[in-house]
Design a binder for this molecule. Sequence first.
Ligand SMILES: Nc1nc2c(ncn2[C@@H]2O[C@H](COP(=O)(O)OP(=O)(O)OP(=O)(O)O)[C@@H](O)[C@H]2O)c(=O)[nH]1
Length: 199
Amino acid sequence: MAKSTEVKIAVFGRAGVGKSALLVRFLTKRFIWEYDPTLESTYRHQTTIDDESVAMELLDTAGQEDPLQREGHVRWGEGFIIVYDITDKGSFEDVLTFKNLLDEVKKPKNVTFILVGNKADLGHSRQVSTEEGEKLATELACAFYECSACTGEGNITEAFYELCREIRRRKMIQGKTRRRSSTTHVKQAINKMLTKISS
Ligand SMILES: Nc1nc2c(ncn2[C@@H]2O[C@H](COP(=O)(O)OP(=O)(O)OP(=O)(O)O)[C@@H](O)[C@H]2O)c(=O)[nH]1
């Protein structure tokens, strides 16, 4: 059987935006109203995406973690979900802070992430319009999903799967580049030897 691609995904966002609820919805298709504020939890999930086996490691970060801890989590992750709460403008403004941190810690070309506006069931208290979410995602060149961990609307599974696809694509491209550059090194070494022998 083909080997699983391993993907490490970290979920970031201000405290209370629903990071744990989204993860639990994705993993169990259920919603639980109250969680202890997350310290840090990891989950493993094996699935098949487009006929390929994927081993996911999912990190639920704490909204209030210290900068060193957060930086460590960015280093650990291969893909990221930045979550805001559509009823909390401040959490939307925090998105850029998280994105800047990803760019600082990883090179921007290595940053693979999606943007999720959660709590779409609370339309009556909305502070961030769908258009604002879409516009920001376009500016940041990432996929955007508006959803509700509570009702399950907005295709949360597809959001996680799309991120996995992106990570897989990037790994494939980087693998090829690495293979190409090591082949180039071997060719260069052989050429050097041949030049030495013939001179
Ligand atoms: N109405 C509604 N409430 C939600 C939704 N998602 C989460 N909540 C509620 O929002 C609160 C915070 O949810 P959590 O999942 O604990 O949020 P978190 O981002 O993990 O919070 P920290 O662990 O403190 O960083 C809880 O009371 C949830 O029940 C949603 O989609 N709709």
